[in-house]
Design a protein around this ligand. Structure first.
Ligand SMILES: [Zn+2]
Length: 548
């Protein structure tokens, strides 16, 4: 029994709600009370009243839904926020729209030496391969650098190629490709993976202030979507500084666990530097827990590493960033420092060698509570599905990608074929076999809104497609499982499951209120749901103006 006299009065009471607690028995409640940032009561309306004092804020929810706030397990809040201030092509679906926007943007920003931005969709262009001449038509004088939405390609104009000294003679870098005109072999304006760096390293540097502003923007979007905890998927020191500074001021309104970016071109000696960063920057809501490694690229650019060749490629399988043995050594090395390893793996070969490396690390270093995870998991070989659970490796999905979009029909299915396509985003299989599944947005690659991703996880249909058959119905999942991925499992990934991720007495009051009960509406309408209130440790970090 809790000593009650310490608990009166509560700071805040929610009553008359549909509260889905995500506790071990997935129980429901009507009301809860919060004091000093913690949940002190959860249960029935008639019991909560005794916690009410003169200054207690009381919300009568009139049946609205309450959930633990969301955890985004793979997201780039700072970089995403920075990009919002640049030439943002995210909303556009045709060449003309993009070029119009670019033209206006350049006109409005005569002060910018470079026009930079991103968010363009590969399928808008033939083979996902836009040409420099389109940009030259609109901005001939200044260099233009535009990253694709997935950040694995860049579209540049002739001026940018010239400034970077990229010519017909320039060789492709080790993990990159300079796209070239078929006949002349002259660079055509699309750069893949590490070839992007030939230009991106020349861009004007962002200031610390820019990073801070980017973080603030990203964080506001997160809170608006009900997110109060994230795993930052690719932290550099500048990014870390922004988090740390806001945290010191008590203004970091998301719990951030960062994975530090491993540079595949620097050797093992960088581990020491990364460990130093980890020791240096750690605060109340900000921690560094691990290291992010890229195992491969993306299928659309044929930089993902596959077990069987790409169709129509003369046997090309896509090269992994690290050869299998190299990856084993690297992951063993990092695991030995008791760091969590966060791996980007898209192709089934990249997934397989990553699992091999995790297995190797646990055999050689000994089993521990490592919570290593693989993000994206676009294509997984069916033989590898059972290994996640066996090895205790967490599956980190971006469910918003799991439907038949133009990427799939134009760029993926043609190169991997229908048989392999059965195993795209095998979320349902991994939930079914008892693997720990977490979920994230990969914003700014795609929308940060978890309710969009939750809908697609249960329907595997485009957001606005309405009711109808699911794409690979075996790989849909049920609502309780995907909600767990976005709450308690996400907390587990970040080693915070004792503190947050479910609504239970003694846990932090990380809570959201939704305008409808997502269990009671048709699945294809989940995306219409709005977050009305977001609390982090009992503090209101977002409130919709309509909610009082
Ligand atoms: Zn990412």
């Amino acid at each position: 029994m809790i000593k009650e006299n310490n608990l009166y009065p509560a700071d805040l009471i929610l009553l008359n709600g549909s509260i889905y607690t995500v506790d071990a028995s997935r129980s429901w409640a009507e009301s809860l009370a919060v004091k000093d940032g913690k949940i002190i009561f959860i249960g029935h309306d008639n019991e909560v009243k005794k916690f009410k004092g003169e200054d207690t804020i009381v919300y009568d929810l009139k049946g609205k839904m309450v959930l633990p706030s969301f955890h985004d397990s793979h997201v780039h809040p700072v970089v995403g926020g920075l990009e919002l201030g640049e030439c943002d092509l995210t909303p556009f679906r045709t060449e003309e729209q993009m070029l119009d926007h670019l033209k206006n943007y350049a006109r409005q920003h005569p002060e910018k030496e470079w026009i930079r931005g991103g968010g363009w969709q590969l399928p808008v262009f033939e083979d996902g391969n836009p040409h420099k001449s389109l940009l030259d038509r609109v901005v001939p004088e200044r260099p233009v650098y535009l990253e694709s939405a997935d950040a694995h390609s860049a579209w540049v104009n002739s001026k940018a190629l010239a400034v970077a000294g990229i010519t017909k003679q320039t060789a492709d870098p080790v993990n990159g490709r300079i796209e070239r005109d078929y006949k002349t072999k002259i660079p055509s304006g699309t750069l893949r993976e590490d070839a992007m760096k030939l230009v991106s390293t020349l861009l004007p540097k962002y200031s610390d202030e820019d990073y801070l502003k980017g973080l603030q923007l990203g964080m506001e979007i997160a809170n608006k979507y009900g997110i109060t905890a994230v795993q930052e998927a690719s932290a550099t020191e500048k990014i870390i500084k922004a988090y740390s500074e806001l945290d010191k001021k008590g203004k970091l309104n998301i719990r951030v666990v960062a994975a530090l970016r491993w540079d595949s071109k620097n050797g093992e000696s960088q581990l020491k530097d990364l460990l130093a960063l980890k020791a240096k920057y750690s605060g109340k809501n900000f921690k560094i827990n691990g290291i992010k490694i890229f195992a491969d690229g993306v299928i659309e650019a044929q930089t993902a590493a596959l077990i069987e060749p790409y169709i129509g490629s003369d046997g090309k399988k896509g090269k992994p960033i690290f050869e299998a043995e190299e990856l084993k050594k690297l992951i063993r090395l990092i695991d030995k420092e008791h760091l969590q390893v966060h791996v980007h793996a898209i192709g089934d070969y990249a997934v397989r060698i990553t699992l091999d490396a995790f297995e190797f690390a646990s055999i050689t270093n000994g089993k521990r509570d490592s919570r290593h995870h693989i993000a994206h998991l676009q294509l997984v070989h069916p033989k590898d599905l059972s290994r996640f659970r066996k090895l205790g490796v967490l599956a980190n999905f971006q469910p918003l990608w799991a439907y038949q979009d133009v990427y799939y029909s134009k760029l993926t299915e043609p190169v991997i074929g229908s048989k392999r396509s059965r195993w795209l985003y095998p979320l349902g299989s991994l939930v079914q076999n008892g693997s720990m599944v977490v979920a994230g947005s990969d914003w700014s690659v795609s929308s940060m809104n978890p309710l969009y991703a939750i809908q697609i996880a249960v329907t595997r249909r485009a957001l606005h497609a309405g009711p109808g058959p699911s794409w690979i119905p075996e790989e849909t999942t049920d609502l309780p499982s995907i909600i767990a991925s976005y709450t308690i499992n996400g907390a587990f990934l970040n080693f915070q499951e004792k503190k947050t991720g479910s609504l239970e007495v003694g846990k932090a009051a990380d809570i959201i209120v939704l305008d409808r009960n997502i269990f009671e509406i048709p699945k294809h309408e989940i995306h219409l749901t709005n977050v009305l209130l977001t609390l982090l440790e009992g503090k209101i970090v977002f409130q919709d103006p309509s909610f009082e």
